[in-house]
Write a protein that binds this ligand. Structure first.
Ligand SMILES: N[C@@H](CCC(=O)N[C@@H](CSS)C(=O)NCC(=O)O)C(=O)O
Ligand SMILES: [Fe+2]
Length: 288
């Protein structure tokens, strides 16, 4: 099992926007502004969490950091090229040390920010699934753990929207934040799911991925998708098991729904897919 660990040292600031083991969970408005929360938890393990939004592609980028660790190691999930400067400024202001820039899959609607981030911040490693067939510094597989400080994300294979889609789930354990959080990419959207009509998509696989890898998580697990087109920010496993209009159906009905979505191809697809196979830049790895 691959264990990705942060090893450098850096002294950092004390923060007040914390999501803790026993603390209050919260979300941030979709413009990416910050909403301070004071927690009363006595836990020593503290997760800093921010949900950030890119409006042209309606993409959510997530920032997570272990702020009880001396170096405050941080990672970004699904950064977008257009908002890299915003995200890096926030990371600097919060005194975090960015160690990973990771993707849930090869995006078809926007260019990932991972390559740009690597060219701007030395030492950052890009991550994507091995099954995606893409280039990155670290190619993760199901069951791997991506560690940042004393916290970690578990990798679950959730193919269907694309062949290489994964869901990152916060760790299960006494020192990990509760409730758990699942970063589902385009596999499970709030009251929806990713399309399955390109990039090796399969509605059968998507149905099976959601039911076996996401709906088996505790019902209070938060769902944080890669996109929302209607203004939602967060859901839970329990909520989607009850109200998702596609995934609550039987498999045959689901396949019929997916066949008849009649969505037009993403405007950026021809540019985004080839770029995202190499971290969003034509020469990303050598710039690290
Ligand atoms: N109009 C947008 C693309 C919208 C789209 O196709 N979204 C994808 C996720 S990005 S690969 C999707 O799976 N949508 C599912 C749905 O039910 O909307 C553009 O031109 O970029
Ligand atoms: Fe996608």
């Amino acid at each position: 099992m691959l264990q990705l660990r942060f090893i450098n040292r850096q002294s950092l600031l004390v923060l007040d926007n914390l999501c803790t083991k026993k603390g209050v969970h919260f979300t941030i408005p979709r413009n990416g502004s910050q909403m301070p929360i004071t927690t009363t938890s006595s836990s020593t393990k503290k997760l800093l969490f921010r949900q950030l939004f890119e409006k042209d592609s309606s993409t959510y980028t997530y920032l997570l950091a272990d702020v009880s660790h001396p170096q405050k190691p941080a990672l970004l999930i699904d950064p977008v090229d257009k908002t890299v400067d915003r995200d890096l400024s926030l990371i600097k202001e919060l005194g975090l040390k960015l160690i990973y820039a990771m993707n849930t899959h090869v995006h078809a609607d926007h260019v990932t920010g991972t390559g740009l981030i690597k060219s701007k911040v030395s030492g950052v490693k890009s991550i994507i699934s091995k099954a995606s067939g893409s280039k990155a510094d670290l190619l993760i597989e199901p069951g791997d753990k991506v560690s940042f400080g004393d916290l970690f994300l578990e990798v679950r294979a959730t193919p269907g929207h694309t062949l290489g889609c994964v869901t990152y789930v916060t760790g299960d354990g006494p020192d990990q934040p509760q409730p758990r959080m699942a970063f589902t990419g385009d596999t499970l959207l709030i009251r929806g799911c990713g399309r399955t009509d390109f990039q090796g998509g399969s509605s059968q696989q998507l149905y099976n991925s959601v039911h076996s890898q996401i709906f088996t998580l505790p019902k209070d697990t938060f769902i944080y998708p890669a996109h929302d087109y209607r203004g939602f920010t967060v859901s839970t496993v329990g909520e989607e098991m009850l109200y998702n209009p596609r995934l609550t159906k039987d498999e045959e009905t689901f396949e019929g729904i997916m066949k008849n979505l009649n969505l037009s191809y993403p405007k950026m697809m021809d540019v985004a897919v080839p770029a995202n196979m190499v971290c969003g830049l034509q020469d990303p790895i050598s710039k690290a």
